[in-house]
Design a protein around this ligand. Structure first.
Ligand code: HEC
Ligand code: HEC
Length: 197
């Protein structure tokens, strides 16, 4: 039993090392290796930035520019957060840029989660009318923002309510749209983004 446990642990540790050592040494900007920088992130955001969810977002595949801007906003507490403000303060601008490069190269993996088909259908129409102009390809294109399609629903729900209640910055942009959509229709959008395959 114990030897099996040790074997399993060694195997898991090997996997982590194998994933982490694939970080490109040439990307080191800050003196610290990328694997050392991202080790604390992996505990919450998963290996390679793919979160096991449900309240913690996947961050792989994000554009470097958005990643850097977002971490800077957490650092200055310009964007509200439960935990990220404290975490972001521990990293220099160079270290953040180094992590941004790493996560940009890792593929975004859509969360495997349930959704309500009728609500998703309603959400698809709302998305097309109010959101697609910026969140292109049904929210799959990251560009200067996060990825909506396939992101964990509890996270998307939380952020939509944060914009709606003007708790998160950028509410002038997002909150205004959401008010047109109506608070009662936020669930339709949440289910739509979970449904995009
Ligand atoms: C204790 C868990 C935890 C750890 C550790 C953690 N995060 Fe987060 N992260 C979160 C949560 C929760 C959120 C949602 C915002 C909030 O409430 O703080 C988030 C949000 C983010 C976002 C914004 C995602 C988006 O869609 O806009 C980025 C980028 C991010 N984290 C990067 C990192 C990086 C880089 C590290 C390591 C240096 C890290 N996180 C470590 C929990 C964590
Ligand atoms: C005019 C352009 C624009 C429109 C229209 C728009 N958004 Fe956004 N959205 C943005 C930008 C820019 C961000 C990034 C905000 C930031 O930097 O913190 C964003 C961020 C978000 C986020 C947070 C993602 C994350 O990873 O944390 C969600 C969720 C979201 N939008 C949903 C929507 C929905 C739903 C609609 C339609 C009702 C919509 N947006 C319409 C520009 C737009």
């Amino acid at each position: 039993m114990i030897s099996r446990l040790i074997k399993a642990t060694a195997f898991a540790a090997g996997l982590i090392t194998a994933t982490l050592s694939s970080a490109n040494a040439a990307d080191v900007l800050s003196g610290a290796t990328t694997e050392a920088l991202i080790l604390p992130c992996a505990g919450c955001h998963g290996n390679d930035g793919v979160s096991k969810g449900p309240a913690i977002p996947t961050i792989s595949g994000f554009k470097k520019k958005y990643f850097i801007k977002t971490m800077a906003k957490f650092k200055d507490a310009e964007r509200n957060s439960t935990i990220m403000s404290r975490i972001a303060k521990g990293y220099s601008d160079e270290e953040i840029e180094q992590m941004a490069k790493y996560y940009e190269k890792k593929p975004f993996v859509k969360a495997d989660q349930k959704f309500d088909a009728a609500l998703a259908e309603k959400g698809a129409k709302l998305h097309e009318e109010f959101c697609e102009s910026c969140h292109k390809k049904q929210g799959q294109k990251p560009k200067k923002k996060g990825i909506l399609a396939g992101q964990w629903s509890p996270y998307i729900r939380q952020e939509l309510h944060n914009f709606f209640s003007e708790k998160r910055d950028m509410s002038r942009l997002m909150g205004k749209r959401l008010k047109k959509v109506g608070k009662e229709n936020i669930e339709a959008l949440v289910n739509f983004y979970a449904s995009v395959k």
